[in-house]
Ligand binder design. Structure first.
Ligand SMILES: Nc1ncnc2c1ncn2[C@@H]1O[C@H](COP(=O)(O)OP(=O)(O)OP(=O)(O)O)[C@@H](O)[C@H]1O
Ligand SMILES: [Mg+2]
Length: 260
């Protein structure tokens, strides 16, 4: 299981997996921020049930995999039977994060001829109570078509009955059109925005595309916010809201909630 290693650049997660601070430092302020993300998502569940949830971003390397894995852990830690799916078939990382094999996974289910299968044959134990993992599986030549496929939608409809929370680590919305296809089928989508990296126009476009796709955009997680108060060398910080323009004035707080 990957814990903390020195930052090595944007391909780090591809090789070493995401950093699981929620496991390494359960009492830290950053872990608390991940719990707050969970709480705020739960608030949104008052309007409609949220049982399938995806994390996406405008472009690559904004922190989707890091946020998706840590939020999944906080759901599991709260006692919810949770499944984390690696839906990023271009840059899959979940198997590395949890030190699991990727011989079988989502693609095995989506490319199988059979309509009958046992979920347990494909999911793996994360080593964390209540958290199961479905890795990406062997990468086919047409990954985009798979995640946006009818079979994927059918699979999500099936799997939601077996878990209290299904969390999907998705490809960036501006890079791959299948993200849009799937997004509309889910109860909620959260946009990960990396401070100082994501272009304002890109965030706007990403929100537009999700809106056109009729996705339920729940808000955003502002990643990598530099805050003097964070008390944690890695510089995580999370804002959660919708309006990108609000970001500046919220910068000082480690976590902020903004309604749509
Ligand atoms: N808050 C942070 N502070 C420092 N480094 C971070 C932070 N969030 C993510 N990183 C690092 O940035 C890189 C990209 O993170 P991650 O893989 O989670 O992003 P991603 O959006 O899933 O990327 P991809 O588009 O490749 O799937 C990794 O090396 C990760 O460790
Ligand atoms: Mg990723």
């Amino acid at each position: 299981m990957a814990l903390f290693r020195k930052k090595r650049g944007t391909d780090e997660t591809m090789h070493y997996g995401a950093k699981l601070i929620t496991v390494a430092k359960p009492q830290s302020q950053t872990t608390e921020q991940f719990r707050t993300v969970r709480t705020n998502i739960n608030f949104k569940a008052i309007d409609h049930d949220i049982n399938t949830l995806a994390f996406t971003s405008a472009a690559i390397s904004e922190g989707k995999s890091t946020v998706a894995a840590n939020v999944a852990i906080t759901y599991a830690q709260s006692g919810k039977k949770t499944l984390l799916i690696d839906g990023d078939l271009r840059r899959p990382t979940v198997h590395s994060t949890f030190s699991l094999t990727n011989r079988r996974g989502l693609t095995s289910i989506l490319t199988s001829d059979s309509n009958e299968f046992s979920l347990d044959e494909f999911t793996q134990d994360s080593g964390i109570e209540n958290l199961s993992i479905l890795t990406a599986g062997p990468i086919p030549p047409n990954p985009a078509e798979l995640v946006g496929s009818k079979r994927m939608k059918t699979f999500i409809d099936l799997v939601r009955n077996y878990y209290e929370m299904v969390i999907i680590d998705l490809t960036p919305i501006l890079e791959v059109s299948d993200t849009q296809e799937l997004a509309r089928e889910l109860d909620g989508v959260v946009l990960v925005v990396r401070q100082g990296k994501t272009q304002k126009q890109a965030v706007k476009r990403a929100v537009e595309m999700l809106t056109i796709a009729h996705a339920h955009v729940l808000g955003y997680v502002m990643n990598d916010v530099k805050s003097e108060d964070a008390g944690y060398g890695y510089g995580y910080g999370y804002g959660y809201g919708y309006g990108y323009g609000e970001q500046e004035k919220e910068k000082k707080s480690i976590f902020s909630w903004m309604n749509k």
